[in-house]
Design a binder for this molecule. Structure first.
Ligand code: GLC
Length: 499
């Protein structure tokens, strides 16, 4: 157990924070813990990747025992979705960071959401981090420095006269400086930083230090300095009270030189001091094919007619040829990490062997273009939807026979959990004789491919297309354990089976 300096909280790993991980025990008996969840994406309003899904699901799972509130930057897309935002505070300018207002509003189901309003920084087209052509905004240091410093002020009780936080839960580099600003202002609010992907660090030239109002002495090997640059993520790793990441495996991987992105030494030190915990992601309960309203037809265990109706639906929607061959689905951010190139290099063989491919997502323009080109070449067999639409993604999971996940590395990954939730027919599949059966491409299979070659990946896919499924049985039992509990409310032990 760790007693935090101000004595307000004590906390210990494994118990209550999402009921399976970091426990936080409020000192006042019966008091509701006030948690500020700091994120730059949330599925309800704005999404780039898995962070948005976690930011929508985890706070909701925490609501029954904490007063959890979200803070988001007031991007154009976010602000436009609210009818009313009440202004509860004002932030003065700090260094090159402009003044801004803090608004308070709520999701449709009543989860309080603070929105940081600063049109100069956030009222732009494009995605949260860059313009429509995928280039990062040149002032991202100021945009997310402003966001982190305002969140720190809010947590410390300096912005909303009716609310302060007992705990800050910051996510990824964009929010990683919240613990740093709290420390620089001697505000004793305990903080957790969750690393969803260490590869994204928020690196800026050292001049950014002045722009974001960070003290000069923080540009130090034990502070924000990283190879003569300023690293937002390192700031969080240094200053947060505790670090978590999105799976046990990744908690270990980031302490190695292979996946530590140059921060492994520091992370190893924090891990050795029991200040780094792997907490497996969960998904929300809406991922249930029996009730999911977005599907062409709901289906349950062993309902191969229902399953086929969903396959036919996506085939038709994407203009693919009528077929009884398998559909290979890929739902991902279209970035190098996700291994889309492996899928493209396997495409011809998959198609030749009778399979079809459906991909959706957005990301690097070259990858998007390569997919569009592949679709133009084989419109009968390769369906592509650039962009992200939750309903579309669900229909692809429901219609696919195989979910592809050939990531080069994957901190956790949510697709394999969705894939498994959308096919709990494994047991009956073994007995029935559907023409094609669906297997989630488990992370372990993906990792095997990563360590081998693109050729191996091709062979795996082709084998599945042609029905030479020699390893089907063992893969199926690995991919479809009897328990389907993947939600944030269940113990992480159960979610672990999905990884
Ligand atoms: C990032 C990671 C992914 C993880 C997600 C949510 O997108 O790359 O593995 O599942 O965050 O934590």
């Amino acid at each position: 157990m760790l007693n935090l300096a101000d004595g307000r909280l004590s906390w210990l790993p494994v118990q209550k924070w999402n009921q399976s991980c970091i426990a936080l025990v409020s000192a006042g008996p019966g008091a509701f813990l006030r948690v500020l969840f700091v994120t730059t994406e949330m599925d309800d309003f704005v999404r780039v990747g898995g962070l948005a899904a976690v930011s929508a699901a985890l706070p909701r799972a925490l609501r029954s025992w904490s007063d959890v509130r979200i803070i988001l930057p007031g991007y154009r897309d976010v602000v436009e979705q609210f009818l009313h935002i009440e202004i509860v505070g004002q932030c003065a300018p700090l260094a090159d960071m402009p003044a801004c207002s803090l608004g308070l509003t709520a999701t449709k189901d009543g989860l309080p959401v603070y929105v940081l309003l600063c049109p100069q920084l956030y009222d732009r087209p494009g995605n949260p981090y860059g313009d429509a052509s995928g280039r990062d905004w040149p002032d991202n240091d100021v945009r997310f420095g402003r966001f982190a410093s305002a969140a720190a002020q809010l947590a410390a009780g300096a912005l909303d006269k009716n609310w302060a936080a007992d705990l800050v839960h910051a996510n990824d580099w964009q929010a990683a400086l919240v613990p740093a600003y709290l420390a620089w202002n001697a505000a004793k609010v305990p903080t957790i930083l969750t690393i969803h992907n260490l590869a994204y660090q928020g690196l800026f030239p050292k001049e950014s230090l002045r722009r974001i109002g960070a003290p000069e002495e923080s540009f130090h090997i034990d502070g924000l300095e990283f190879y003569d640059k300023l690293s937002f993520l390192k700031g969080g790793i240094v200053y947060a009270s505790h670090l978590t990441t999105v799976s046990d495996t990744y908690a270990k991987e980031i302490t190695t030189s292979e996946l530590g992105c140059g921060l492994e030494g520091l992370l190893r030190r924090r891990s050795d001091a029991a200040q780094l915990t792997g907490i497996l992601n969960g998904i929300d309960e809406s991922w249930d094919p029996r009730v999911c309203a977005q599907l062409a037809q709901p289906f349950g265990a062993g309902d191969w007619e229902g399953k086929r109706a969903n396959s036919d639906y996506v085939r038709h929607q994407f203009g693919l040829a009528v077929s009884r061959g398998p559909i290979f689905g890929l739902v991902a951010r279209l970035v190098h990490q996700k291994g889309v190139d492996l899928v493209l290099s396997a495409a011809d063989e998959i198609i030749e062997a009778g399979g079809q491919i459906i991909v959706t997502g957005s990301g690097e323009p070259e990858i998007e273009q390569a997919l569009v080109d592949a679709h133009r070449r084989r419109p009968d067999a390769i369906g592509v939807a650039i962009g992200f639409n939750d309903a579309q993604a669900r229909r692809i999971f429901a219609g696919s026979d195989f979910t592809l996940m050939p990531s080069r590395f994957e901190p956790c990954g949510l697709s394999q959990m969705y894939a498994q939730k959308f096919d709990f027919s494994a047991a009956s599949a073994a007995r029935s004789r559907p023409s094609w059966r669906r297997i989630a491409w488990t992370r372990c299979a993906a990792a095997r491919c990563r360590n081998r070659s693109a050729g191996t990946f091709r062979q795996h896919c082709t084998a599945r297309s042609t029905g030479r499924l020699c390893r089907l049985k063992s893969m199926r039992s690995a991919a479809f354990p009897a328990s389907q509990a993947r939600s944030w409310r269940g113990p992480s032990r159960q979610r672990r089976q999905a990884r």
